[in-house]
Ligand binder design. Structure first.
Ligand SMILES: Nc1ncnc2c1ncn2[C@@H]1O[C@H](COP(=O)(O)OP(=O)(O)OP(=O)(O)O)[C@@H](O)[C@H]1O
Length: 300
């Protein structure tokens, strides 16, 4: 498709004192796609996001956002970016609507534009019936939806979301995913970090897996799955392993069970002990992550 890049990182390095936390990474975020930055705690995701937002100095390398250096973005470019931070910094004492209005003023939007966009965004984020409720009265999912609505008041071309559904229940997450897909259909670029592989698999067109400040691999979810795991996974419980399949199969020990990555399921089943307790499922991004980083995404 040859779409233009909204963000380009070239040999990007970040050091805190002598500690190098981003170690010369290269990636580019195509316009109109959802780009996911995945990695375990401390991988360097937030640091990278902060540099993209112009909130943190770059030690060396280059980082361009909408064609400008990230640390020196003009007001025009900043206005193209909507931020959904991890910690909601909503004003808890005023109403839902007033939170949007305050942000609209910050973007120097006129009153009619603020009124029109607030109404539309409250509807889009299914908060219309909470318009005059104080933020304090909202559930966690509603607060997160309001934070997203607020990030959209300036009609940004790109939305940066730092773990948009962490801590929410399944229904609340699904609702947010649906609306994020809608934003993508609208042609907006989404950049998100997440701990959830199902979220990445569902939303992201491109994924970068990062650990210890380095990119372990990048590609579409399907490319990553094809590259690092085979078609299927058998999770075999450990007590059954005495006579279980041998080293012919790529495997990963996850504590109670061993994961076997297989393409030929029939041959594998023949090799399993008769009383084996196992789960058989298609391979997913979580498996890719495990293979690449050697640990589970959510350790907390
Ligand atoms: N201001 C700072 N000064 C010194 N070290 C820092 C600073 N900020 C982050 N670090 C370190 O940089 C490394 C990367 O941290 P970062 O927050 O970018 O990771 P992360 O991938 O976002 O992790 P998480 O998923 O926990 O948010 C960590 O080792 C962290 O301790």
């Amino acid at each position: 498709m040859g779409s233009t890049a909204v963000i380009t990182a070239t040999n990007l390095v970040k050091r805190y004192g002598t500690l190098e936390v981003v170690k010369g990474i290269n990636f580019s975020v195509p316009a109109g796609q959802c780009f996911g930055l995945l990695g375990p705690n401390g991988a360097g995701k937030s640091t990278t996001m902060r540099m993209i937002m112009g909130l943190s100095e770059i030690t060396s390398g280059e980082l361009e956002v909408f064609g400008e250096t990230a640390t020196d973005m003009s007001r025009e470019v900043k206005a193209k970016i909507g931020l959904v931070p991890q910690e909601s910094n909503l004003d808890p004492d005023i109403t839902v609507r007033e939170n949007l209005v305050a942000f609209g003023r910050y973007f120097a939007l006129s009153k009619p534009v603020i009124d029109q966009r607030s109404k539309k965004l409250l509807d889009f984020m299914q908060l219309s019936d909470k318009e005059f409720a104080p933020v304090n009265a909202l559930s966690g999912g509603m607060k997160r939806r309001l934070t997203i609505a607020r990030a959209l008041i300036g009609d940004p071309e790109m939305v940066i979301l730092d773990e948009p559904t962490t801590g929410l229940d399944p229904q609340a997450r699904v609702l947010i995913w649906k609306q994020l897909m809608e934003l993508k259909r609208d042609g907006r670029t989404l950049l998100l970090t997440t701990h959830y592989m199902d979220e990445a698999q569902r939303l992201c067109d491109q994924i970068v897996v990062i650990d210890n400040g380095m990119i372990l691999d990048q590609g579409t979810p399907d490319e990553l799955i094809a590259r690092h795991v085979k078609g299927f996974v058998f999770e075999v419980q450990k007590p059954n392993l005495a006579a279980s399949p041998d080293d012919r199969w790529e495997q990963e020990d996850i504590g109670d069970s061993v994961l076997y990555f297989v393409d030929d399921t029939a041959e594998f089943i023949v090799d399993l002990p008769q009383d084996a307790i196992y789960l058989h499922r298609p391979a997913n991004l979580e498996d890719v992550f495990l293979r690449l980083t050697g640990r589970k995404l959510r350790e907390n």
